[in-house]
Design a protein around this ligand. Sequence first.
Ligand code: CAA
Length: 257
Amino acid sequence: MTYQTITTQSLEGVLTITLNRPEAYNALNTQLLSEVADVLDLADQDESIRVAVITGGPKVFAAGADIKEMAVLDAVGVMNDPRPKHWKRIYQFSKPLIGAVNGYALGGGCELVMHCDIVIAGDNALFGQPEINLGIIPGAGGTQRLIRTVGKPLAMKMVLSGEMIDAQTALQANLIAEVVIPERTIERAHQLANTIAKKPPIAVRLAKEALLKAFETDLESGLNIERKSFTMLAATEDRREGIAAFMEKRKPEFKGR
Ligand code: CAA
């Protein structure tokens, strides 16, 4: 498959998606979003892909929805916009999605960060929901996911004032997992991706699913989901292999079975 607004590379179970609209600070136009969703859909069905890394490259992650594209939409146009479906497909990617963020992650860019399971940021990264400056509000889950992730005080400050936060603040607020020097962002994301790619894929998938459910459910329902997944894993070859390898003091070889 060829793409116009992203580049992709896959190596040893890790798919890397690089947003590629440098002339627009990787603004997430409909084509880019649909290409990201398409490639993740394909990767979901491809057993050889274990983890995906998404990055904007060394300078900018993404400066948000494409304002020039948005400008021509009236209310009916926004209502019929296919973009929410693409966001949903990105959210539904069942394997780990690691974000490697340098520079601006604004608006839809910050929302894309919140669609990632783990985010590594360069110390030059800036996160923000500046939609208020355009007379709108975040439209890809920003109000809901940001408040659940960083809590009310910071989410309110970011969404109502449009002010950006730096990488250290994002780290303290649990929006991201690690801060590194910008030259190491993609390398560190790959390091983590390679580690996860060697883990048992069914367990990884069920762990991601159970963790994300914590955003949506009460504790009792979440614990039930965890228990069912835990029980299901008892039927996998990978569990037998993992436990046998521990007993035999050797490295496990997981097959995703
Ligand atoms: N959409 C379209 N084009 C964009 C863009 C965006 N979100 N952000 C930047 N660009 C384009 C600029 O138009 C400019 O292109 P031209 O040279 O052709 O004019 C180019 O990228 C570089 O931008 P600047 O000249 O503005 O660069 P800067 O370094 O001075 O500022 C910036 C960088 C602070 C990111 C600034 O560009 C900016 O504020 N961008 C908009 C950020 C924003 O408001 N994002 C939210 C969008 S709405 C949204 O995301 C809704 C949602 O929830 C889904």
